[in-house]
Design a protein around this ligand. Structure first.
Ligand SMILES: Cc1cc2nc3c(=O)[nH]c(=O)nc-3n(C[C@H](O)[C@H](O)[C@H](O)COP(=O)(O)O)c2cc1C
Length: 318
């Protein structure tokens, strides 16, 4: 079984990916949160911080591009190929209103004729293998059959399916039948993404869909040992969370002023804290901290006074 770390904008930045890979491992690929290049054909400083190889040393990172313009996508693919990447991922899943309003991300599923033209151009000219991360429809899972009919025409390197529509965002029913449909319709490698928060969840998916690769997002942010566990490794300990916290913080401090480093850590703790019983007071204290000492006190309080919850640590209800 292969496990991938999902792209999580605002969370799995280059620092997070490096530290996670060093400390926990278990993920064969780390998808970089999307870059969204413009027609000006240059990478912004933020995009460089995400994709330049020097920030992803020793991490099996895969860049992701959000674009509905084939010329822009192809420019990005060429640039990423020149940087040494062996795969580029197309985002057809982002549900954000500002993104889909521009027919990008899951918004590409609103107009399938345009999607087909885009993919024709991309797969004719791409300078490296193109994988896709997709939802199963914009408003209705019934759209999936037509979307699959398009995907089956292209040599997609790997297709990650989040079996929800854009309208569902990250909640509600996972349309498992849609994944079965994809397995029947396509011969390309498939990756299952959605609501795998524990070894039991993973076993359930693999029972219904043997041999698929699993992509983990929120479950892995909350339990950074989950990918390792799925490969038979140890489960998470409080001591390990504490070491992970400190290693992340040290790296952020090396890169940012102290207040920004603390702010980045508060983001990381948003998910990590959910592994603990009753974390909310401590998390509030972290967010309200006006000094490094106050922030670290709140973190130490969480680690020393709150036990880890019973797995699964994450649930969409939290
Ligand atoms: C905060 C957040 C940021 C995300 N950023 C991205 C992104 O940059 N690219 C992408 O394809 N998906 C992104 N996603 C979707 C995740 O990669 C994943 O598909 C989703 O969380 C479902 O998987 P999970 O149930 O394992 O969390 C994001 C999701 C969340 C909650």
């Amino acid at each position: 079984m292969k496990v991938y770390f999902a792209p999580m904008e605002g969370f799995t930045d280059a620092v997070y990916r490096r530290v996670h890979h060093q400390m926990f491992g278990g993920a064969e690929k780390y998808f970089i949160p999307f870059i969204s290049p413009t027609q000006y054909d240059c990478l912004t400083p933020r995009e460089k911080a995400a994709v330049l190889p020097k920030y992803n040393k020793n991490v099996p990172a895969v860049p992701q591009v959000l674009s509905n313009r084939s010329d822009t996508f192809l420019w990005a693919a060429r640039t990423l190929c020149d940087l040494g990447y062996a795969e580029v991922n197309l985002n057809v899943g982002c549900p954000s209103g500002t993104v889909t309003a521009k027919y990008k991300g899951a918004g590409m599923l609103r107009d399938l004729d345009t999607l087909r033209v885009f993919l024709d151009e991309v797969f004719t000219h791409a300078s490296l293998p193109v994988s896709i991360k997709t939802r199963i429809g914009f408003a209705d899972p019934e759209e999936w059959a037509q979307i699959l009919a398009i995907y089956r025409q292209y040599p997609i390197y790997e297709l990650t399916v989040h079996p929800r529509t854009r309208a569902q965002y990250y909640k509600g029913k996972i349309w498992d039948d849609a994944f079965v449909q994809a397995q029947a319709a396509l011969t390309i490698p498939l990756v299952y993404n959605g609501d795998v928060f524990s070894p039991q969840d993973a076993a359930n998916v693999l029972k219904t869909h043997p041999d698929v690769t699993l992509m983990l997002g929120r479950g892995l942010l909350t339990n950074p040992a989950l990918a390792r566990q799925l490969h038979g490794g140890q489960c998470l300990s409080v001591n390990e969370v504490s070491q992970f916290h400190d290693a992340l913080y040290e790296e952020y401090l090396a890169q940012y002023p102290k207040n920004i480093a603390v702010w980045r850590m508060c983001d990381a703790m948003k998910y990590l804290s959910l592994a603990f019983e009753e974390p909310h007071k401590c998390v509030k204290a972290m967010r309200k901290a006006r000094s490094e000492a106050e922030y670290l006190n709140a973190v130490r309080c969480l680690f020393s006074e709150h036990p880890l919850r019973d797995a699964p640590y994450f649930s969409p209800a939290l």
